[in-house]
Design a protein around this ligand. Structure first.
Ligand code: HEM
Length: 455
C-alpha cells in the first residue's frame, strides 16, 4: 500500500468553547474541524472578538497583496515574542515596518544570495561531517535545527555554530521556544486584549540573555565596520545600508531586534521544513534515490549548481505544501468589510492558513498526497499561483524566501548524497503546531551511510 503523509486528526464539528480552548492549547492543527479543508471562509465566534479563517484565494489576495495596509499584523500574536524580538520587522506595522524593510530587503536580493552561497554550502558540509558515526536511529529535527542555525550564523555573522556565542544563543532559543511555544494562541483563544499576559520568570531572563549575546555580536561588528575590517556578510550589508528615504542606518538596538528575528524566523522554519522533507524521503524511497542521483551535480561547488538541483527543489516545495512551517498567520481588519456577503466588523481577526489552503479539497488534485511532479501539471501550476503561500505573499512576504529556497534543496541534496534515510517502525510522526509545525515526539529516522567515496 502506498503510504500517506501523516495528517493530524481533526476535531468533531461541534465542541464547546471551553473544549476548543483546551484542544487549542495542545495543538492548533488538531483543534480545527475537518470542514476547514473544504470551506472558503469560516467564523469563530468568541465572547470578546470575532475571528474569520479565509481560504478563498481572492480574499487571501485582498488581505495580503491588494490592501495590506488595511490589514496589519494583529498585535495579539506578537505578545509571546515581544520580550525576545522587541521591535523587529516581524512584529512592526506601518511606517516603522516599511522603513525596516527598505534597509533589510537589499541584503536578500538575488545577487546577494550568490555571495551567501559558500557559507550555506560550508554549513551543509559540516552537517554531513557531524553525522559521521551517527548511523542508526536519529531524531532528525535536532539535526536539521543544528544545520539551519549554523547556516544563519555563518551567513549573518561569518561564524560557525561551534563559536561560543552562537552555541549559547542556539541553546537558549531552544529553551525559549519550549517555554513560550504557541505563536498564534492569543488570536484564537477568547481572552480579551486587555488581560495581562504572564511570562514565566525564566522566559524573560532567557530573552534578556539572548539579547545580550546578540548585542555583543552587533557591537563587535559595528567596531569592525568602523575599522574597515568587517567581512562582507549579511550583518555588514544590513548595518551599512542606508534607508533610501532618510539616509539613516539601523541603530544598534534596532539591529539587535532584526538579528533576533532572522535567527528565529530563519532557523526554526527551515529546520521544520527539512525535517519533514527527510521524513517524506524515508517513506517515498523512489524520490530519495532520484535526489541522491541528482546530487552528483554537487561536484560543482559554484552557485550555478543550485539551478541543477531541480528534483530536490520540487520535493522541498511539495514538503512545504504538506507541512508549511508557519501554519497560520493572523491579520486584523482596521475597517468594516464584507467578505462573501458576511459582515466582518472592524477589529476582527483574520486567519490566513497555509495549512488548510495547501490541502484544500476544492482546489488541489490529490490534496493530501505526496506528489512532487504536481508542479509540472496544470492544476499544480494554477494552485502554486493561487493557493500556495508557505512564505506568505504580498508586501509582507518572507524576506528569506529566496534564501530558504536555496538553502533547503542544497542541504537536502547534500545529506541524501551521503546518507540513506528510512522510517523507524512504530514511530510515525504526528504533526503539531507550536511556533512552527513540528512532530509530537520528534521525527525519527534510520540513517545509513551511502557508499560514497568521491570526496
Ligand atoms: C522554509 C523556510 C521559511 C519559511 C517557510 C518562512 C515563512 C515565513 C512566513 C509565512 C512569514 C510571514 C509571517 C506572517 O506574516 O505572519 C515569514 C516572515 C519572515 N521571515 Fe520567513 N520563512 C522561512 C525562512 C526564513 C529565513 C531563512 C529568513 C531570514 C534569514 C526569514 C526571515 C523572515 C522575516 C524577517 C520575516 C518577517 C517579514 C515581515 O513581516 O515583513 N525567513 N516567513
Amino acid at each position: 500500500m502506498t503510504p500517506r503523509p501523516p495528517k493530524p486528526p481533526a476535531r468533531p464539528d461541534k465542541v464547546s468553547l471551553w473544549r476548543y480552548v483546551q484542544l487549542f492549547r495542545k495543538d492548533i492543527l488538531s483543534a480545527q474541524p475537518a470542514r476547514l479543508y473544504r470551506a472558503w471562509m469560516a467564523e469563530f465566534r468568541t465572547p470578546f472578538f470575532r475571528s474569520f479563517l479565509l481560504n478563498q484565494p481572492d480574499l487571501v489576495r485582498t488581505v495580503l497583496k491588494d490592501r495590506p495596509d488595511d490589514f496589519p499584523k494583529s498585535n495579539r500574536i506578537s505578545e509571546g515574542l515581544r520580550p525576545l524580538l522587541g521591535n523587529s520587522v516581524f512584529l512592526t506595522n506601518g511606517e516603522v515596518w516599511k522603513r525596516q524593510r527598505r534597509i533589510i530587503d537589499p541584503a536578500f536580493e538575488g545577487g546577494r544570495l550568490k555571495e551567501t552561497f559558500p557559507a550555506m554550502r560550508a554549513a551543509a558540509e559540516a552537517a554531513v561531517e557531524r553525522l559521521k558515526g551517527q548511523a542508526g536511529e536519529v531524531e532528525i529535527e535536532a539535526v536539521t535545527s543544528h544545520v539551519a542555525a549554523d547556516v544563519i550564523f555563518r551567513t549573518l555573522f561569518s561564524i560557525p555554530i561551534e563559536h561560543a556565542v552562537a552555541a549559547e544563543v542556539f541553546a537558549r532559543f531552544r529553551d525559549y521556544q519550549r517555554s513560550q511555544p504557541i505563536l498564534n494562541l492569543a488570536a484564537f483563544v477568547p481572552v480579551p486584549a486587555w488581560m495581562p499576559r504572564f511570562f514565566r520568570r525564566g522566559t524573560r531572563q532567557n530573552a534578556a540573555r539572548i539579547r545580550d549575546l546578540i548585542t555583543r555580536l552587533t557591537d563587535e561588528r559595528a567596531a569592525a565596520i568602523g575599522a574597515g575590517t568587517a567581512p562582507q556578510d549579511l550583518a555588514t550589508k544590513i548595518m551599512t545600508t542606508k534607508d533610501p528615504e532618510t539616509g539613516e542606518t539601523f541603530t544598534t538596538e534596532e539591529m539587535v531586534d532584526q538579528v533576533a528575528i532572522f535567527f528565529l524566523a530563519g532557523h526554526e522554519t527551515s529546520a521544520s521544513a527539512l525535517a519533514w522533507t527527510l521524513y517524506l524521503m524515508a517513506i517515498y524511497p523512489e524520490w530519495q534515490e532520484k535526489i541522491a542521483e541528482e546530487a552528483a551535480a554537487l561536484e560543482d561547488d559554484s552557485f550555478a549548481v543550485v539551478s541543477r538541483l531541480k528534483i530536490s527543489r520540487d520535493v522541498f516545495r511539495e514538503a512545504l505544501r504538506l507541512y508549511p512551517p508557519v501554519p497560520m498567520m493572523v491579520r486584523e481588519a482596521t475597517c468594516p468589510e464584507q467578505f462573501r456577503d458576511r459582515d466582518v466588523p472592524k477589529g476582527s481577526q483574520l486567519v490566513l492558513s497555509p495549512w488548510h489552503l495547501h490541502r484544500h479539497e476544492r482546489l488541489w488534485d490529490n490534496p493530501d498526497g505526496f506528489d512532487p511532479a504536481r508542479w509540472g501539471t496544470e492544476n499544480g501550476k494554477a494552485c502554486q499561483r493561487e493557493a500556495y503561500m508557505p512564505f506568505s505573499a504580498g508586501a509582507r512576504v518572507c524576506t528569506g524566501a529566496g534564501f530558504a529556497m536555496v538553502e533547503g534543496p542544497l542541504i537536502l541534496s547534500m545529506l541524501l548524497r551521503h546518507y540513506r534515510v528510512a522510517p523507524v517502525e512504530g514511530r510515525e510522526p504526528v504533526p503539531v503546531a507550536h511556533l512552527t509545525v513540528r512532530a509530537k515526539d520528534g521525527i525519527w529516522l534510520r540513517l545509513e551511510p551511502r557508499n560514497y567515496t568521491a570526496d
